[in-house]
Design a protein around this ligand. Structure first.
Ligand code: P6P
Length: 331
């Protein structure tokens, strides 16, 4: 199905769901609640400096990271939008140690929602792009009882929706239900997302890499050799790294690029979380013709053993992911 730029998100969803007469209204409602929360967070991010929302709260989350004021705001905004709508039975958040159930009198819905409510938030004081990353599964447990951990600890291949909202020069929602990847830009004057990046596709290869090279002395030597080989001037590679996963990933999705976050002494299993960072971005990148690996297997083939499990992440154009996985084969 072809959509011209300027299509609203609502119309895009209505048209896309025509192929799914079995789809309940909950799917559209879920996305509507996500976009509502995204608009609220975007408005606050854009005024953070004026609204006293810069800086840390002094608290530390389960990840051992200092919680920024905006982390709390984003987490509460997405939770409130989702809890009340009868579309989710469980929310897993980077900011919450345990899964969040749906409090009475609200009614649980069909979906399990996993999110990093504001990734890269420590960059907000420098006005760098930050973002919300999410994915959703259909509930697996018996709806007559409470949701279980197994509703969230499952293969990435069971994801039914994934996306992110990048709060940068503009606010862009990128999402996929598995068939194609589409970007919508928020027009804040009317409060509507309009299709701006129809059917994003990645070329097979790239000459741009994103990583924090300060840690390269701690990497597997085969990975260091892989990167050094690409610095041969005649090859014409470049390096781009913001230090905000959503900002780095969005640039690589739109322009091509390979993002690497390998294990290091400080992060022996890698720094990034599988369930609400690796999974959503891997779902998107595969739907756009790219690939995502942990160095041994496809990210989406993994099954997390715990909610906040970390994983090495190599993600972007498929030839480069294949080349890194080949270099690391036989760990
Ligand atoms: P480093 C932000 O804190 C984050 O979780 C991701 O957004 C980003 O990709 C990564 O950490 C950056 O980590 O070690 O390079 O500062």
């Amino acid at each position: 199905m072809q959509f011209e730029e300027g299509t609203t998100l609502d119309r895009f969803l209505m048209e896309s769901l025509r192929d799914h007469p079995e789809a309940s209204g909950q799917f559209v409602n879920l996305l509507n609640q996500v976009t509502l929360a995204g608009k609220l967070v975007a408005a606050r991010v854009n005024r953070a400096g004026l609204a006293g929302m810069f800086g840390a709260t002094g608290q530390m989350n389960i990840q051992g990271e200092y919680v920024q004021k905006m982390d709390i705001y984003a987490n509460e905004t997405f939770k409130r939008a989702l809890e009340h709508a009868g579309v989710v039975c469980m929310i897993v958040s980077e900011e919450e140690d345990a899964p969040i159930g749906i409090p009475a009198p609200f009614v649980p819905g069909h979906y399990v929602f996993c999110m990093d409510p504001l990734d890269g938030s420590s960059n907000i004081d420098t006005n760098a792009s930050i973002g919300t990353i999410f994915c959703a599964f259909r509930r697996k447990s018996d709806p007559s009882g409470p949701p279980t951990a197994e509703d969230a600890l499952r293969s990435g291949r069971e994801i039914v929706l994934a996306g992110y909202i990048v709060y940068g020069a503009g606010t862009v929602l990128v999402l996929s239900t598995g068939k194609g990847v589409h970007g919508f830009t928020l027009d804040p004057t009317v409060g509507e997302f309009f299709l701006s990046h129809p059917d994003i596709r990645l070329e097979p290869s790239t000459k741009s890499y994103s990583c924090n090279e300060a840690y390269s002395a701690q990497w597997d030597p085969r990975l260091r050799a892989w990167l050094e080989a690409r610095k041969e001037p005649s090859l014409g590679w470049s390096s781009r790294y913001i230090g905000s996963l959503v900002g780095d990933f969005h640039r690589n999705l739109v322009k091509g690029g390979i993002f690497l976050y390998p294990p290091s002494q400080k992060a022996k299993a890698g720094k990034l979380r599988l369930l609400y960072e690796g999974f959503p971005l891997a779902f998107l990148v595969e739907a756009a013709g790219g690939a995502a690996s942990d160095g041994q297997q496809a990210i989406l083939d993994k099954v997390p053993k715990s909610l906040h499990e970390r994983s090495p992440l190599y993600i972007g154009n498929r030839d480069e992911v294949a080349s890194i996985t080949e270099a690391l084969r036989g760990d």
